[in-house]
Design a protein around this ligand. Structure first.
Ligand SMILES: [Zn+2]
Length: 244
């Protein structure tokens, strides 16, 4: 696989970072974004701008007015439209070189079972712990890196799961936290966490830098601080334990 003259120009500033080889790796890669809301929208924009070969987005919801403070691919004129349609339309305009697949379906085990094995990396853009736990389990089963982020108000957290190497989500959060809906969110909070997810995804694909593994990174917007909490695999984890 090679790059066209237009691709060389579009990605010039990042090719200076990781070379043509890195850009070709991005072009060959497939990323699944589960949920196209506060995290998924900015993550999709930057992944598509960076020239990922194929980006698959999944969501079943329609755009509501109260989404617009943070779900930046959806605009006022999109209210009532499926989020997937609204997102795919803009992402294709941003970068026609990327294959963008929109799937308008409820995210459940069956759907994830059919999608996760065929992608290289999964971005968690979910707002439900129940589905997140299923996604974590399926990523571990198929050994696909999962880049988890969660947010609340002015706080966020990032965890990079590399199955077989790092703790999985359930090693660290053994039981589903309670679902609180709707919860407060400053729009920029998922923006910050989504950018961290994108940086980690691009690092894993291009093999530059060191992945942010074996730690949770906790963001506090009130004090503008990032804290790192080391994490270990749980030998009794029901999802990734070696004892099974
Ligand atoms: Zn685990």
């Amino acid at each position: 696989m090679s790059l066209t003259p237009l691709e060389l120009e579009r990605y010039d500033r990042q090719i200076r970072l990781f070379g043509i080889e890195g850009q070709v790796r991005l072009k060959k890669s497939k990323v699944l974004i589960a949920g196209i809301g506060g995290l998924g929208c900015p993550a999709a924009l930057y992944l598509v701008a960076a020239g990922i070969g194929e980006v698959i987005i999944v969501d079943s919801e329609t755009v509501e007015l109260s989404n617009l403070n943070r779900q930046i691919l959806h605009w006022t004129s999109d209210i009532g439209r499926p989020k997937v349609d609204s997102a795919v339309e803009k992402l294709r305009i941003l970068n026609p070189d990327v294959r963008i697949v929109g799937i308008k379906r409820v995210i459940d085990e069956e759907l994830l079972e059919s999608l996760v094995p065929n992608v290289d990396i999964v971005i968690d853009g979910l707002d439900s712990w129940k589905i997140r736990f299923i996604l974590n389990r399926i990523c571990v089963r198929y050994k696909k890196p999962l880049i988890h982020a969660g947010i609340h108000g002015m706080y966020g957290q990032l965890l990079v799961v590399i199955p077989g190497i790092t703790p999985c989500l359930q090693c660290i959060i053994p039981r589903e936290p309670p679902e609180i809906k709707p919860f407060p969110v400053l729009g920029a909070t998922p923006g910050i966490l989504a950018m961290m997810q994108v940086v980690e995804a691009i690092k894993l694909i291009t093999k530059i830098g060191e992945p942010a593994i074996n730690k949770i990174i906790v963001y506090d917007g009130y004090t503008m601080t990032f804290r790192e909490v080391p994490v270990n695999r749980n030998p009794n984890c029901p999802v990734c334990s070696l004892k099974q």
